[in-house]
Design a protein around this ligand. Sequence first.
Ligand code: GRF
Length: 204
Amino acid sequence: MLNVAVLGSGRGSNFAAIVKAIQEKRIGDVRIAVVISNNSDSGILEIGQQHGIPAVHLSQKQFADESLFAAGLMEVMRRHGTDFIVLAGYMKRVPTPIIEQYRNRIINIHPALLPKFGGTGMYGMRVHEAVIAASEKTSGATVHFVDEEYDRGGVVLQKSVAVAFDDTPETLASKVLNIEHELLPEALRLFAEGKVHRDVIAVH
Ligand code: GRF
């Protein structure tokens, strides 16, 4: 059984897709132990509450420095028996002690085909704007391990989608989001079934 902590900052549609997949028994042996957000108004906390999942607002701003924040985060995860972390639209840096403690047990979803269109500053609509500006014929979503460098951990799963000649960043974002909603639950299923090699090398 994977006891998963989901971290997010905004809307929470990827988290909702995971909850749905668990309810529909498309992924077995996964329990959402806690949902954590740096943003008290985020949809992701609301969705957690609606489903009776412990929902915790935890932000660096509540702590004097990053190491105290890391300790606070660690304590919440420990209290909820977390053994796996999913970043689903988490817009903040994950403190290094958490990455070290959960190495190869922490994944993120990115709205492009990494290693392209990733790294510092590549988030949200900026990703889709860059894909269109580069006249790419395909884009997609990537689930990857999280390490100390943004968007560089080993790839777990990718799925692509065609970029149409008349796609705007908004239409492309919505196509990619649909793929994300399939990909993230699928990745969790693979982890829960022990089908992912934890020694995937980083993409550079
Ligand atoms: C997604 O596009 C994800 O790829 C990115 O942030 C967005 C989060 O959306 N990391 P949501 O909060 O899951 O709806």
